[in-house]
Design a protein around this ligand. Structure first.
Ligand code: FCB
Length: 453
């Protein structure tokens, strides 16, 4: 395969999130988050672990920046823990929490690394949860207060803001499926939560622009490319439902199309929504959610191969027989073509001004061998294949401006605890020693060449 060159100025980065790496869960005035509470509840995390210490990044951020600089990263996507900034979710700000991110940003800029800050990567202040959390409209108002405080403090130096990470996860995985904090299993609450998350995004955009002149502001959505192997009318309808549930429900309102009517109807029919429909939507909400953004952040890992449920009525089901056998340790099918299809679809159907892949990567458990190195060849293969597909999508017109590998380092993988390792840097959780895996060294070369061989 010929070497694929990327355009000059293409941003190569890596991503992390606050709860997954920081630790220091009770330090310097930080308030409790729903993830502190959830992970401390027995039975919620498969290995019984939590993020109390995680990668201890809160204390090791200088070393971690040095690591990033060594890799030649152009950009670093991290998230800000809301309860470090406003321990009670609203009201009094916590200066030491603000100072932590301020130092981090200064350190990144000194190292020549562009900070991409995500405001919400799931660690909602527990105090907001106790007032009902995202299913309540109040949470969206609280988010804007938090966004205002933190962008006033950092807006002079951070010029790339991501309001939310993956509203499908913070809305539905957390409130409908119950796998993530706060662990609810209520579809209506999941839709209400999703709406308030999107609303908080839309309300925050002008606030961020005011506090951070000339900044790029966007949102990161996660996508599962839905397909079927046997193209019967029933299976094609199943694909459309899954796409509506997972992708369009979030994309359409952000791009000014309101909630997809086919899904509203399906939810009403299933009794998920009342006959009156979207009763949590207030006049003006959809206009707010459609606020102009400068880019769309794309998280892509895998696809779903689906078929219609046997009764022809229920939610579509997986069709593992027709998926390929290649999977990462997460059990996610490896399907690089999906990234090409997705980037092209987003470009041609929704026309975002700019795209960034804000997450893509693979979980493999490869550990240091006798030579002390981590030969994570499968991760290199995964990333190479996806980089090439991204480049092809750019050749087809997709305005992709950068790519963030998930993740910079191994970390706390939510309900999977420390059992999954997504890092390009190995973390020994006992000693906090970091080791560059082979994939990190390979990525360093990709960045240096601005090309994938
Ligand atoms: C995404 C999350 C990220 C990480 C990866 C594997 O859904 O945004 O925090 O857990 O999956």
């Amino acid at each position: 395969m010929a070497t694929q060159h990327f355009p000059e100025g293409f941003l190569w980065g890596a991503a992390t999130s606050s709860y997954q790496i920081e630790g220091a869960w009770q330090e310097d005035g930080k308030g409790e988050s729903i993830w502190d509470c959830f992970a401390h509840t027995p039975g919620k995390i498969i290995d019984g672990s939590n993020g109390d210490v995680a990668c201890d990044h809160y204390h090791r951020w200088q070393d971690d920046i040095a690591l990033m600089k060594g890799l030649g990263l152009h950009a670093y996507r991290f998230s800000i823990a809301w309860p470090r900034i406003l321990p009670q979710g609203v009201g009094a700000a916590n200066q030491p929490g603000i100072d932590f991110y301020s130092r981090l940003v200064d350190g990144l800029l000194e190292a020549g690394i562009t900070p991409f800050a995500t405001l919400y990567h799931w660690d909602l202040p527990q105090a907001i949860q106790e007032r009902g959390g995202w299913p309540q409209r109040f949470a969206a108002e609280a988010f804007v207060e938090y966004a205002d405080v933190i962008t006033r403090a950092l807006g002079d130096r951070v010029k790339h803001w991501i309001t939310h990470n993956e509203p499908w996860c913070s809305g539905l995985l957390s409130h409908q499926i119950g796998e993530h904090a706060p662990g609810w299993r209520d579809w209506y609450a999941g839709l209400a939560a999703s709406h308030h998350i999107l609303l908080s995004h839309g309300w925050a955009v002008p606030v961020i622009r005011r506090n951070s002149p000339d900044a790029e502001v966007g949102v990161t959505l996660n996508f599962t490319v839905a397909t079927t192997a046997v193209r019967t009318p029933e299976n094609l309808a199943a694909v459309r439902v899954f796409d509506g549930y997972f992708n369009r429900w979030f994309l359409d309102p952000v791009y000014g199309r309101r909630y997809p009517a086919d899904m509203v109807y399906a939810y009403q029919k299933a009794g998920v929504l009342p006959a009156s429909g979207l009763d949590f939507v207030v006049d003006g909400d959809l206009e707010a959610i459609a606020a102009h953004t400068d880019f769309l952040g794309v998280n892509y890992y895998s696809r779903a191969v689906l078929k219609a449920a046997a009764d022809g009525e229920s939610f579509p089901v997986d069709d593992p027989e027709h998926a390929t056998l290649e999977r990462t340790d997460m059990g996610w099918e490896i399907y690089p073509q999906g990234l090409y299809d997705l980037l092209c679809r987003l470009h041609f159907e929704y026309q975002p001004a700019k795209l960034y892949v804000t997450e893509n990567g693979a979980s493999y458990a490869d550990a240091p061998g006798v030579d002390g190195r981590v030969h994570d060849t499968r991760r290199i293969d995964y990333l190479r294949a996806h980089f090439i597909k991204a480049r092809e999508a750019m050749a087809a017109g997709a305005p992709l401006a950068g790519y963030f590998v998930w993740s910079l380092m191994d970390n706390f993988e939510w309900a999977k605890g420390y059992t999954e390792r997504f890092g390009s840097v190995w973390v020994d959780y006992e000693t906090q020693v970091r080791i560059l895996k082979d994939s990190a060294l390979w990525y360093q070369q990709v960045i240096a060449d601005n090309a994938v061989g």
